[in-house]
Design a binder for this molecule. Structure first.
Ligand code: FPP
Length: 257
């Protein structure tokens, strides 16, 4: 363990960990270009960061980790890059199956997984069913995911339910709407990390991130390791989450509970 890591672990407040961490893994292409490598090599190195970060989150006691692995908009990339990303995903899912299952991790997906090639769907179904009973951590992979698309699909679904008489329009409130989203009963993210020196949300978890703490770093995703994760969590722990209330109201609530 590095000196930085042990110092960061000492500073970490185990009672104030983010329950749900979401990550926009950006910068694979630039990482590869800086090394005169093909973009695909950047994605391969990025898959190693995924392995390290999943393990680190599990060890720290994070309960939900949502990873933006492939956006709905990513289908527009060159066909060979899309194919390589799909192959990489299949490879990762088969290679990491045992480690994920044996570490109590439950894999789920959000997004239009029905759009994915059959070989990807097969690999996903195997890991989803094989880890369905795991309770230690949820690894939620966003695939062919777009926040606006998710909201539109949810609206369509609710409308159908109402038209077919299963729900009444006046029953639709924020709580019910959220339950129909792909994230269903998952708590909203507490911390959203974006790597790769870009400062935007890029259509990720639009509904769910209403009160999420945002953390942006210049570090490119293939260079993101446990140290960088700890830095993000320490930064999160220094923030005051007010959810629209005042500091005074928050301290009152804290003394009551
Ligand atoms: C963004 O980098 C990254 C992606 C579009 C794909 C993320 C995929 C992985 C990390 C690998 C596989 C995933 C799993 C879950 C095993 P970019 O290509 O947009 O980088 P750039 O902005 O530097 O071009």
């Amino acid at each position: 363990m590095s000196e930085f890591e042990s110092q960061a672990l000492e500073k970490l407040n185990p009672h104030k960990l983010p329950w749900h961490v979401a990550i926009i893994m950006d910068g694979n292409g630039r990482w590869a270009m800086q090394r005169s490598l093909d973009r695909v090599e950047g994605h391969k190195a990025g898959a190693e960061s995924v392995r390290v970060v999943v393990k680190a989150c599990r060890e720290l006691g994070i309960k939900i980790l949502t990873l933006y692995a492939f956006s709905y908009e990513n289908w527009q990339r060159p066909a060979n890059e899309v194919r390589s990303l799909m192959n990489l995903l299949v490879h990762y899912l088969y290679r990491e199956f045992r480690a994920i299952r044996d570490n109590g991790i439950n894999v789920r997906t959000i997004g239009r997984s029905f759009d994915l090639p059959v070989r990807v769907q097969k690999a996903l179904n195997r890991i989803i069913t094989g880890t369905a009973h795991n309770k230690a951590m949820i690894m939620n992979v966003a695939l062919s995911y777009g926040g606006r698309d998710e909201i539109v699909r949810t609206t369509r679904h609710l409308l159908k339910e109402a038209m077919e008489g299963r729900i009444k329009p006046e029953q639709i409130d924020e709580k019910l709407f959220a339950r129909y989203l792909d994230t269903g009963d998952l708590e909203d993210p507490d911390l959203l990390i974006r790597t790769g020196a870009e400062f935007r949300i890029s259509n990720f978890l639009l509904w769910q991130s209403a009160y999420t703490e945002l953390y942006f770093t210049d570090v490119l995703w293939p260079d993101f390791r446990k140290e960088q994760l700890l830095s993000a969590i320490l930064d999160y722990q220094r923030r005051e989450r007010r959810f629209g209330m005042t500091s005074e109201q928050l301290s009152k609530i804290a003394t009551i509970s």
